[in-house]
Design a protein around this ligand. Structure first.
Ligand code: SF4
Length: 503
């Protein structure tokens, strides 16, 4: 089977689916912590030492002699102004960089802006291989990226924060670039079983934008836009703008569509748990976040809900920016839900330790102090986090920031992500090697979201796994309805599991 698959034709044009739609400084004393908190507050909000954000928590000032845990272990040794390494932002102050308005205005979106940005930041030559013995001139690299953009199923949008976490001197091998910028030379022929909607979300949606797969849980998609677009998005069929190859199923944030979803949730008493995703909850206005949260709190059947947002990983300054209302809306809803005896969480999405900085650490600390539960969902990606050292560092970095490492997902079988997928064996090995390295409640579950809509299963719970053909089979007895009783779900390893492509 593999020999046959490896002879698949080169990339072919896709069918557009129009109708378908420290401050990692280790703190050793309370006065030192207080000083750092004040210093950070000054810089971020520019409103002086009384910044309520950081000084509200009386627990920080109770006992100056008590030992203090290392608050933030972010990978940066101090409050490094890392964005200044990007040539176009070398004169940008911390105050500007930490303003969400500045972040939105300087987000790189679409191929024209991307081209301009790359021309400004890419050096004359960049390494072609990891050892740096072969080099590629700037224009060739940029042409490779633009060729990838033309073939991709996801449109381009990257925040200044994400763009600042990249080593632009060697972009080809950067783990952040690899997630958000396609390169034509790296794309591989798709496994024939890949699909735009590999989890069959549309088929499992009784109402547009509401996926009801598990008996007690539904996924509500109020919007289809995100602050940054991931090339491996499981919702490639709907998220982001149309690309040259895919016409997206639109999930506009209209009140009419939302009311239909709310009505379905209300009249389905078995539903107790709602995931509000998208798209990304960061692209809901604060009043929209409040509206959705209050509606869910008011429904007697709903006991839990979570907002999914990659914002903390790609634009953390918004959490710290007092001039923006999103985080206060989230905190208010979290507190209201608690008073109603319901649980609310923020689910975020870090994939590599380089995405954690002192800014994301300060934002996480703010949410932690405000009592907002934050969990993380990582996608296992080839060439990004598919080794023990990187995954271990990521899990520990999250845990040290009080972000619970909830899931590590096997990459879904989505079109045009063959170069990012790993064989199932990789996730099994990672789980086996990492378990026991950190407290059990900080150890993520390593899961496969079953193609065809079987839901999440522990990766190690396969019924069969043929390592020669790359085919693993799972069952999901608790997922029923829509002809799913006794259904066997199949996950296929990538055709070329080990190949790393360079032009
Ligand atoms: S943030 Fe989530 S929904 Fe948005 S593009 Fe990335 S994976 Fe898709």
């Amino acid at each position: 089977m593999y020999s046959m698959l490896s002879r698949l034709p080169a990339l072919a044009p896709r069918r557009a689916i129009k109708a378908k739609p420290d401050w990692a400084r280790t703190v050793t004393s309370m006065p030192q912590l207080q000083a750092q908190v004040r210093e950070l507050g000054d810089d971020i909000a520019g409103i002086g030492r009384d910044n309520p954000l950081f000084l509200k928590n009386d627990s920080l000032v109770q006992d100056s002699s008590s030992p203090v845990r290392p608050v933030i272990l972010a990978g940066d040794q101090d409050r490094d102004e890392f964005w200044r390494k990007v040539p176009v932002w070398e004169n940008i102050s911390a105050k500007d960089f930490l303003s969400y308005r500045w972040s939105v205005a300087n987000t790189v979106q679409g191929s024209t802006k991307l081209l301009r940005f790359l021309q400004a930041v890419i050096p004359e030559e960049v390494p072609l291989d990891e050892s740096g013995t072969r080099m590629q001139v700037r224009d060739e690299f940029i042409a490779d990226v633009m060729g990838g953009v033309a073939a991709a199923t996801m449109s381009i949008r990257m925040t200044p924060y994400v763009l600042s976490r990249v080593n632009w001197k060697d972009p080809r091998h950067d783990p952040v670039v690899r997630q958000f910028l396609p390169m034509k030379s790296m794309l591989m022929a798709d496994h024939p079983k890949l699909a735009l909607d590999s989890l069959h979300e549309e088929a499992d949606s009784p109402v547009k934008g509401l996926v009801h797969r598990y008996a007690d849980k539904a996924l509500f998609l109020p919007t289809s836009v995100c602050p940054t677009y991931c090339m491996f998005c499981t919702r490639s069929y709907a998220v982001g703008a149309d690309t040259d190859t895919v016409a997206k199923a639109s999930l506009k944030p209209t009140r009419k569509r939302w009311e239909e979803a709310f009505a379905y949730i209300e009249k389905t008493p078995a539903l107790q748990d709602i995931v509000v995703s998208g798209g990304d909850s960061y692209y809901l206005q604060p009043d929209q976040l409040t509206l959705i949260g209050e509606r869910l709190i008011s429904m007697p059947n709903i006991k839990r809900f979570r907002f999914a947002s990659k914002g903390l990983a790609v634009a953390p300054s918004r959490i710290l920016d007092e001039s923006d209302g999103w985080v206060n809306a989230l905190i208010d809803i979290s507190n209201k839900a608690k008073r109603a005896g319901k649980a609310v969480a923020l689910h975020t999405h870090f994939n590599h330790p380089n995405e954690i900085s002192w800014i994301s650490s300060a934002a996480s600390q703010k949410l932690f102090e405000a009592g907002v539960m934050v969990r993380n969902q990582t996608v296992l990606l080839r060439g990004v986090n598919d080794n023990v050292e990187t995954m271990s560092k990521l899990i520990r970095g999250l845990a040290d920031n009080n972000i619970f490492p909830y899931y590590v997902y096997q990459c879904d079988m989505v079109e045009r992500v063959e170069h990012l997928r790993t064989p199932l064996q990789t996730i099994l090995d990672l789980e086996a090697k990492l378990r026991g390295s950190i407290a059990g409640f900080m150890m993520p579950q390593f899961v496969v979201d079953l193609p065809g809509g079987g839901g999440k299963r522990l990766a190690c719970s396969y019924e069969t796994y043929d390592r020669k053909t790359g085919l693993s089979r799972y069952t999901a007895p608790a997922v029923t309805g829509r002809d799913k009783e006794n259904k066997v779900y199949e996950y296929y390893d990538p055709v070329n599991a080990t190949e790393t492509v360079t032009p």
